[in-house]
Design a protein around this ligand. Structure first.
Ligand code: PLP
Length: 383
């Protein structure tokens, strides 16, 4: 047999990305929103571990206006793969990055005077006009110019012919919890800044404030565009935010059984002997561990096998997870287990996995390592 990439054996642990669900989620979002509202699809950090290129393609089929990224490398990687859509780079740029942003047509967020002046000079030297989005700090206190002190920077941008103030944006510190008090205060600050801009006759095409939580729960804050990261991936940002019926998670994490052992009463399992069999048990070994991004738990959590829950026993190792299959006797070698996602009527949600590591869904999605191959399902657009 000729060995080649075409018959290379896939690792028996992988991440499935269902592009039909992604497409459907965008459809449901598009149906829910007002027609004039533009979408920016946030595909930073490989679209939260789903694959920036694949997610961007579906997003662009779904008529998003912008892609949102965090690093210059991420944006250039997409440009190199043929994505020509408008891209907005979040955060602040080092001066040395600005020529690259200009050259590759990347729109930058500006937060302070230095970057405005430098980008203005660069663009002027090339006889170009660079679009910028001004970030306003309305209370998150991360990036951005303080809402009450933004006007001089706005006037500086407007005074440069080589710059175009295309957007004004801010970001919520908390938009998906039941208590919207602080979000509404941020909205009020953003609104007052926009009013004083308008009073000076400055208009911008894109005013944007909302992430997924704001999109769902704060329609009065939608303005011209919303920036959606987690929602199109089928994950709600919190347990209390508004639900969009039909939204389904795009990512499933799977592994196949690579060993089966029978334990006698008193046998121990794994590093540190963290599990002792209370009676005869049958256990199965999955070739996936914390080195793949699963939380390093001990005797906690479960996986799905034959549509049933198999408890995790012992400690998770770098490449190995062990589960008790005593009550699922039909289990055999290389059977498929689900570590995150649905199997039959059972489901392990991203929130279930997040609890195991005392964290949030965002962290879990972005933690699955790239040594787990991504398998894309339903690539062709649905007619
Ligand atoms: C990551 C990010 C978002 C997306 O947030 P979601 O809650 O995933 O929708 C939006 N805006 C900015 C500035 C971000 O950094």
């Amino acid at each position: 047999m000729q060995l080649s990439a075409a018959n290379f054996p896939a690792r028996p642990a992988w991440v499935e990305i269902d592009l039909r669900r992604l497409r459907r989620n965008f459809q449901l979002i598009n149906r829910d929103k007002s027609p004039a509202l533009r979408l920016l699809s946030v595909v930073k950090d490989e679209a939260y571990g789903h694959g920036a290129l694949e997610v961007s393609k579906v997003a662009l089929e779904s008529e998003v206006a912008f892609l949102g990224l965090s690093t210059l490398e991420e944006a250039i990687a997409l440009r190199d793969r043929g994505i020509t859509a408008p891209m907005l780079l979040f955060g602040e740029r080092q001066e040395a990055e600005l020529p690259w942003c200009l050259e590759r047509g990347l729109t930058v967020c500006v937060n302070e005077q230095h970057t405005v002046l430098k980008l203005g000079q660069l663009a002027a030297a090339q006889n170009r006009q660079a679009p910028v989005h001004l970030k306003i700090n309305t209370g998150m206190s991360r990036y951005g110019v303080r809402w009450s002190e933004a006007l001089p920077l706005i006037e500086l941008i407007c005074s440069r012919k080589s710059l175009a103030l295309e957007g004004v944006m801010s970001h919520f510190a908390q938009s998906d919890e039941a208590d919207k008090t602080f979000a509404l205060l941020q909205l009020e600050r953003f609104g007052s800044m926009l009013r004083s801009m308008a009073d000076r006759g400055v208009s911008v095409r894109y005013r944007h404030l909302c992430n997924s939580g704001g999109f769902l729960d704060l329609p009065q804050a939608h303005f011209d565009m919303v920036r959606l990261g987690i929602l199109p991936l089928g994950v709600f940002p919190s347990s209390v935010c508004r639900r969009l019926a039909g939204i389904e998670p795009v990512m499933t994490v799977k592994a196949r059984i690579a060993a089966i052992q029978d334990l006698e009463k008193g046998d121990v399992v794994g590093y540190g002997m963290r599990y002792t069999a209370p009676a005869r048990r049958r256990i199965a070994v999955l070739p996936i561990g914390y080195g793949d991004g699963f939380p390093r738990v001990r005797n906690q959590g479960f996986v799905l096998l034959h549509g049933r829950r198999a408890p995790i026993i012992g400690g998770i190792a770098m490449d190995t997870t062990i589960v008790d299959i005593t009550d699922i006797p039909q289990t055999g070698m290389w059977d498929e287990a689900v570590l995150m996602g649905r199997q039959g009527t059972e489901e392990i949600t991203v929130h279930d996995v997040a609890k195991l590591k005392n964290s949030v869904s965002y962290d879990v999605l972005t933690s699955w390592r790239w040594r787990l191959p991504r398998v894309y399902l339903n690539d062709a657009p649905v007619a």
